[in-house]
Design a protein around this ligand. Structure first.
Ligand SMILES: *Cc1c(COP(=O)(O)O)cnc(C)c1O
Length: 292
């Protein structure tokens, strides 16, 4: 069966927030599985179930050379008995060029590199795998991805009724799932982590008709970029909350933004805020200490 246990929800009792009239919770999707982490599991789950029901033995998906999604898909293949192929954007790299590629390879994934101009590529893939593979979209842009995230929202509502659900937004697939799973007065707020060229909002709106908000205040220059201030925030956060680790690409930026908004009184008074820990801890910068 394709299933992992639900993730815990816990309250953050941070001394530096004690004078602010909010309650802060964190949905610990980072604890779901050591390798299939966070929102990547949520987005994969119903795709895996669909692939199994349709009788596919191979999963194929796409991503950059540092993609958490590639890594999670390789791990899900290993865990649930699918073969996996990762189509990696860019020139060919050795699998040991970085941990994401290396561990994806160790999980048994075929890595195929896609330089920008590679005509005839589709035919080659089709021939090689005799068209027997299930394609998982990269960013979460299908109904099955949304369904998995809605399930996470149901887990949250089993325990609390938040006023806000906050999440880091890359492609926005997770934010769309959150919006789709909203009940009552809860608001969905996405924290953009890459330079917004005006694409995020419409990308989410394509996937859901529900309302959601996006803030672009906490991008810290661009995707994967950091500042000393962000790194300092993460280090200090982890000292005060030793059982929670963040990373600098997604969850660190979102948490920085949530703290900043709390301290500036941007959330309604006495509100309950739930942040989603979307995992990704394998991407921690060296200065934060790697977790492999
Ligand atoms: C992929 C990822 C995200 C972004 O998810 P989208 O659905 O693409 O917006 C957020 N956090 C972490 C840790 C991720 O790996």
């Amino acid at each position: 069966m394709i299933q992992l246990p639900p993730s815990p929800l816990q309250q953050i009792n941070d001394p530096i927030l004690k004078d602010f009239p909010v309650k802060l919770y964190i949905k610990r999707d980072d604890l779901i599985h050591p390798e299939i982490t966070g929102n990547k599991w949520r987005k994969l789950k119903y795709n895996l179930i669909e692939a199994r029901e349709k009788g596919y033995s191979r999963l194929m998906t796409f991503g950059g050379a540092f993609s958490n999604h590639i890594y999670a898909t390789s791990a899900a293949g290993k865990e649930f008995g699918f073969e996996t192929t990762g189509l990696i954007r860019g020139e060919e790299l050795a699998p040991w060029s970085n941990e994401i590629l290396m561990f994806s390879k160790i999980n048994g994934m075929d890595l195929i590199f896609m330089p920008r101009l590679n005509y005839g590529f589709k035919d080659k893939i089709s021939r090689e795998y005799r068209d027997d593979f299930y394609v998982i979209p990269e960013g979460g842009s299908n109904e099955f991805c949304i369904k998995g995230v809605v399930e996470m929202m149901d887990e949250i509502y089993d325990e609390i009724i938040p006023d806000y659900v906050c999440v880091a937004a890359g492609t926005g697939g997770t934010l769309a799932g959150i919006a789709e799973g909203l009940r009552g007065e809860t608001e969905a707020l996405g924290f953009a982590v890459l330079k917004d060229k005006g694409l995020l909002y419409p990308a989410v709106a394509r996937l859901t008709e529900k309302e959601f908000d996006v803030t672009t205040e906490y991008i810290f220059n661009n995707y994967g970029k950091t500042t000393p201030e962000l790194m300092e925030f993460i280090i200090e956060f982890e000292k005060r909350n030793p059982d929670i680790k963040l990373e600098q690409v997604y969850t660190g930026k979102m948490m920085y933004g949530v703290y900043d908004m709390i301290q500036r009184g941007k959330f309604k008074e006495n509100s309950t805020i739930c942040v989603i820990h979307t995992g990704g801890l394998r991407g921690r910068a060296k200065e934060l200490g790697e977790i492999w």
